[in-house]
Design a binder for this molecule. Structure first.
Ligand code: FAD
Ligand code: NAP
Ligand code: SF4
Length: 675
């Protein structure tokens, strides 16, 4: 079956009457940081995605007024000059046959500057400043700004706008008593709370005329206390249709919601069932979003009638050719977004430029370019973990003759361990992608062979990607049979008792705790939507206000009693800026006891002896798992250098401290681009 047939619902054009989209794929809005860096780089970024076949691209959030920006100096569409600058983007996208809409955003109280305006003077729990309550004058001025900004977007050559109405931004604030405590015409009853967002749509439609796409990003589930009821959401969706919206896109959860909505432990297409209920209530196309990352998932959503379109944002960072590959039945070549957030959203919240863990070229289109080599070399890569895989596939793509060695019988390095952690199943996809790339670009694989220096004597260049060795502890009793390393547990499946202490609460300690607190006989919630909804207290009937009010969380109890320990006194969370809190919440639900400020005294038959503050105690545990960090594995370096060869070190073999797959893959790709 051809890709066109296999994904026929997804790839069917969408006729909006005055214009047609070439397929049902929306590239969802992402603030990448390029908005504030350079128009040229943004143009290259979007044009690359247009060339990859996306039906409709939506830009990152562009402020409709200074007050509405995400922070000081945020990108906005305020003037004719701004429109002229943006035309660089629209021309580049149109030249590739694509269509693009500007996301018009007013952040309301969700901003990092002190000039914030909101329906009421209620500060968001996760933003630093209290907003000013909007006066009638502010309301009127901001309405004009919405209309002006969208008119300028049209002038800049955009095919439409997406009005950002979800994620807890201004329009979403107006709709709920959580953000709107007004008692004038703009607050109180739901009819009054709808007034401002509906007026925005009407003013925008009046400003841009009938032949311009208006997408409205609708918060279908607020997932916060005092959010909208689903009946209210449906009423609003119908009013949006009447006010002239062409497409409704899905938004799930405010930024301040305490429920994961896009991270990797959220099941694929976890919220498409909510979109379906909105689709049933309106007559305009409705797009599903959140954790849709592969063509078969997207196709199923449309085929079973949950939505008319799908919106994917991060998957387009991971692979700009996503649509093209689906259409050509090359699904296996898709570099899948694993929803880690490590190089995209985590960067955004650290005010760094976004990229992608699995695709370091994302947002670096003009600077990290893989050019065919004029002088192919014979290159040995030792180690088929993320660093070695990244190097080997890019170097071979460029035309080098690459031989990839690994002591293991399969490629993947530590990703083979990571992929077994509940909630990290997506890591399988990265290994599938690299496997396909190695074969496509003709990398010779020598697996199941522990390499020594003389094995690589004949190669022109040698890349050492041998990763790490787990750090051992210098502790009395460290050789006690109760003590295991995370490799013994996760890789070698050594038996673990019912009471466990984990030494070290970095990424691997947290993942080991996740692994040990899940019953291996139960499907993890990341693979089962009903279990996920139960675990996080989301109402599948959609009767609870905000989707959560009064809903009890139901969590599978842990088969083990687990202590997670660290020496630092700071709160234990996972390593990710935007995902750490999810790991913490999930482990607390499993009743994991987290101790900080711990010093380790000894291990003996009684268990693990520790001191916390000035209090000595013994944790009466059956097993102690060491997750105390790692050291570089470089045992081959001196031997290879003795052969007169320069050794390139990448990944953990280079620097083990704070190593993650993002750095490993990036370093591999950057070296391969220049070798
Ligand atoms: P490795 O993955 O360690 O690969 C090194 C390879 O070299 C191995 O396959 C080894 O067999 C091979 N090798 C070594 N010596 C020889 C030799 N002499 N001959 C032949 N082959 C040899 N990172 C993230 O970014 N995000 C995460 O969510 C994440 N989760 C993780 C969860 C767990 C449980 C673990 C263990 C790790 C996780 N990591 C995560 C870390 C990530 O996997 C590592 O940073 C990454 O694998 C390092 O890549 P690397 O290529 O440098 O080394
Ligand atoms: P890590 O993040 O460096 O954590 C090591 C832990 O061991 C820390 O809690 C540290 O905290 C403790 N430790 C260090 N030296 C110790 C010693 N001598 N004695 C006792 N405890 C010691 O390393 P990791 O957990 O091994 O993870 C490796 C890399 O993979 C990290 O960069 C991590 O970010 C990445 N990773 C990422 C994810 C993800 O989800 N993003 C998941 C897994 C791994 P104290 O010193 O305070 O005790
Ligand atoms: Fe997806 Fe992770 Fe890449 Fe972000 S960094 S796009 S979440 S794979």
């Amino acid at each position: 079956m051809s890709g066109q047939e296999k994904f026929r619902h997804l790839l069917t054009p969408l006729d909006l009457g005055f214009t047609q989209l070439r397929n049902r794929v929306i590239m969802g809005s992402m603030h990448t940081g390029l908005e504030e860096v350079s128009m040229e780089r943004q143009a290259a970024f979007f044009a690359r995605r247009a060339a990859g076949g996306v039906g409709l691209i939506i830009t990152g959030g562009i402020a409709t007024s200074m007050e509405g920006g995400l922070g000081p100096g945020s990108s906005g569409m305020f003037s004719e000059k701004d429109a002229e600058h943006h035309s660089l983007i629209t021309r580049a996208v149109h030249a590739e046959g694509g269509k693009i809409a500007m996301q018009a955003l007013h952040a309301g109280r969700q901003s990092f500057h002190p000039m914030m305006l909101a329906p009421s003077a209620k500060q968001s729990p996760i933003y630093p400043f209290p907003p000013k309550a909007m006066t009638e004058e502010d309301i009127e001025r901001e309405l004009s700004n919405w209309a002006n900004s969208c008119r300028l977007a049209q002038q800049a050559g955009y095919d439409g706008v997406e009005i950002m109405g979800s994620e807890g931004y201004l329009l979403n604030q107006f709709l709920t008593t959580r953000g709107n405590e007004r008692d004038d015409a703009w607050g109180g009853s739901y009819e009054n709370r709808m007034r401002y967002p509906l007026e925005v749509v009407r003013r925008v439609r009046a400003a841009v005329g009938p032949q311009f796409i208006i997408v409205y990003r609708l918060s279908m589930l607020d997932l916060v206390p005092d959010g909208q009821s689903f009946d209210e959401v449906i009423t609003f969706a119908r009013e949006l249709e009447k006010a002239g919206v062409n497409i409704i896109n899905t938004g799930i959860g405010w930024h301040e919601a305490k429920i994961p909505t896009i991270a990797t432990m959220v099941p694929r297409a976890a919220f498409a069932w909510v979109t379906r209920k909105v689709k049933e209530a309106v007559n305009i196309p409705v797009s599903a979003s959140n954790r849709i990352n592969m063509p078969s998932v997207a196709e199923d959503i449309i085929a079973r009638g949950d939505a008319d379109m799908v919106s994917m944002a991060r998957p387009m960072l991971a692979d700009p050719d996503w649509v093209k590959k689906a259409a050509a039945d090359r699904e296996q070549e898709i570099n899948t977004c694993i929803a880690c957030n490590q190089a995209c959203l985590d960067h955004t919240f650290q005010l760094r430029l976004s990229s992608c863990l699995v695709n370091p070229q994302a947002c670096h289109e003009t600077e990290l370019v893989y050019v065919k080599t004029a002088s192919p070399k014979n290159i040995a890569v030792i180690g088929a973990g993320p660093a070695g895989l990244s190097f080997a596939s890019v170097a071979a793509e460029r035309g080098h003759h690459v031989t990839l060695f690994d002591a293991d019988t399969k490629i993947g390095g530590q990703f083979n361990i990571a992929k077994q952690v509940p909630g990290k199943e997506e890591f399988h996809e990265t290994l599938r992608y690299f496997d396909v790339m190695l074969k496509k670009h003709g990398v010779k694989q020598v697996l199941g062979k522990r390499v020594s220096a003389h094995d690589v004597a004949e190669f022109d260049e040698v890349v050492l990607a041998t990763g790490i060795v787990p750090r051992k502890l210098d502790l009395p009793g460290a050789d006690h049979p109760k003590v295991l390393s995370y490799l013994d547990v996760l890789r070698d499946k050594k038996p673990v008792g019912r009471k466990v202490a984990i030494v070290g609460a970095g990424g691997i300690g947290v993942d080991t705790a996740e692994y040990l607190t899940h019953d291996a006989h139960h499907k993890p919630s990341s693979l089962d939507i009903p279990t996920f909804l139960k675990e996080w207290g989301i109402d599948p009937e959609l009767k609870a206000r905000g989707g959560i009010a009064g809903v009890e969380e139901q969590v599978d109890p842990s088969p083990r009693e687990v202590w997670l320990l660290q020496r630092k006194t700071k709160k234990i969370t996972g390593p990710g800026k935007t995902t750490g809190w999810i790991h913490r919440e999930a482990l607390l639900k499993k009743k994991v006891q987290m101790l900080t400020g711990v010093s380790y005294d000894k291990v003996d038959d009684a268990g693990l002896h520790i001191t916390v503050g000035d209090k000595a105690m013994v944790l009466d545990v059956d097993t102690i798992v060491l997750c105390a960090g790692q050291e570089p594995q470089r045992e081959l370096q001196a031997g290879i250098e003795a052969l007169g060869k320069q050794v390139h070190l990448i990944g953990g073999a280079d620097v083990a401290a704070e190593l993650d797959a993002k750095r490993a893959i990036d370093q591999g790709a950057r070296l391969a681009a220049t070798v």
